[in-house]
Design a protein around this ligand. Sequence first.
Ligand code: K7E
Ligand code: CUA
Length: 660
Amino acid sequence: MKFSNYIILIPALALLAGSTMPGCKPGKAGSSVDADAAQKVYVAPGKYDEIYTFMSGGFSGQVAAYGIPSGRLLKVIPVFSQNPENGYGYSEETKPMLNTSHGFVAWDDSHHPELSKTNGEDDGRWLFINGNNTPRIARIDLTTFKTTEIIELPNIGGNHASPFCTENTEYVVGNTRFSQPLDNAGNDVPIDSYKKNFKGAVSFVKVDKETGGMKLAFQLIVPAFNYDLAHAGKGPSHDWMFFTCYNTEQANTLLEVNASQRDKDFVMAINWKKAEELILAGKGTKIPVKYAHNVYSDKTHSATSTIEKETQILDVTKFPGLVYYMPCPKSPHGVDVTPDGESIVASGKLAAVIPVFSYKKMLDAIAKKAYDGMIDGNLPVLKYEAVLRGEVKKPGLGPLHTEFDDKGFAYTTMFVSSEVVKWKVDNLEIIDRAPVFYSPGHLSIPGGDSKKPYGKYVIVMDKITKDRYLPTGPELSQAAQLFDISGNKMKLLLDFPTIGEPHYAQSIPAEKIVKNQVKFFKLADNKNAYAVKSEKETKVVRTGKRVDVYMTAMRSHLAPDNIEGIQVGDDVYIHITNLEQDWDVPHGFAIKGANNAELLIMPGETSTLKWNPYQQGIVPFYCTDFCSALHQEMQGYFRVSPAGSKVPIKFSIGVNPVTQ
Ligand code: K7E
Ligand code: CUA
């Protein structure tokens, strides 16, 4: 790096760190809130919210579900991180969900929730989300709000441009943020051999129409850039997927400077339909890899983890017509496709305009070979002017993400100038701008990336809150801000704090989800190997050093509740079946001193806590969830004897010590 370059770039880059720029802080928030704002977000006690918003937890690795317009937090759904609140990742049944080719990885960084789509519309069946750090895609079942599948992605590092659904959820797609050598290549290579040895890989994960089951169908090997975000085409552009790339300089150090050299980076357009045809025609190359595929069953209430050993790749440089590049100013982040599928909006973090590309013009440019050079020998770069529909002029500083409403408007976040800009999709004219507090990342309009936006609200997720809430020490909450977008002018209604860092959220009218809710699991259908269907069947079984406790929970006792014959050094597995068959009656289970978390067992479900008693004594256990008036009575004792003790296994419930 030349030092002079560094000096020149500093001002532009410093701008990106919006928080450090006092000049970026807009005027007082209070003045911009209308008197009727409170009424618009007030959801009376006993009434449901109109919208579900699913926010990524960022570095919490989870997803949070909120009600809109109230901003009420409804549930944290554990995905990539263990969750002591309900034993996810701690119970024997859910541990396999967090298995990877690297072993048990109980954390990740989740950025992009993506609702499944049918005919380009959110269908409310599943929510996909990426694990960025140890590349994974998870699927949450929206009938149970549980994570039911996680698939790891081989050959990539940083699953950031992920997961984005094609129009009918034929695939969820993920692309690498950090290009790297393929897993099976000799990857002990010098880091500065980046240009020679590193590659990007786009993963196409096939989604079963009925079950949602995921399968890594194929990966496209693409040039070694950083891939940031993506969106699928829809309607006319159904066959295509668009990805932003930055670091087209192919730097492998100090990217802050070295990946900001060029005036333009690219939007990469992939004809996925054509790639699929090539794969079906047997053009893929099978290569050995290692990745975990974890599936949770609502019948066994258990997850299994399988390590897969193979994937198919297609090197896009060998198949002309698969990939084209559209030049895009400068270090683009978000790429969004208009509801009609005709325009592609890309946001250059360092750009002074928002370019809007035309799908039709892209096809023309391809037909006419309006090229402006090649990448990696034979991947055409299309001429900027040939593919451009127009530019949104002077939008503000640091455009990041765009969503669309139901009335032909687009809304773009400006990270550096801390505002949302509303513009008209057909003539690219700016209609309105609203300050946000502060440094917005993504924004979410219900249905805002679909063919049929619902509109009405935009939820903006801010990175910096500074003076917005009561302070909480050095770390302040991130914030969501709710705007009414039903009129010409955006109206700020509400601020609410969020869990972790919600990079992105997707929002959907509540009725699409409410009608499919599972209220409890049928006990008769419970296929867990350790389930017991009545208290009569409860038992404690010793097999060498292993002890299996088959326990039941119901209001207001755990059966058995007196257990003796446990020994120091045993592996004790407590399998608890919740016998309730009613909505909203989970029971909890916790053991004093267990190096584990609690369990929270749903009605009809079986969960298992593993416990290794390490000292003799009397150890209480109890239900943690206040389930009835006699919840405080829902308790029991283990007696732990020294290893090799003669105390026999004994278990009981209901012997009253007073009458003994
Ligand atoms: Cu935060 Cu989508 Cu990871 Cu933009 S990304 S802000
Ligand atoms: Cu069951 Cu408290």
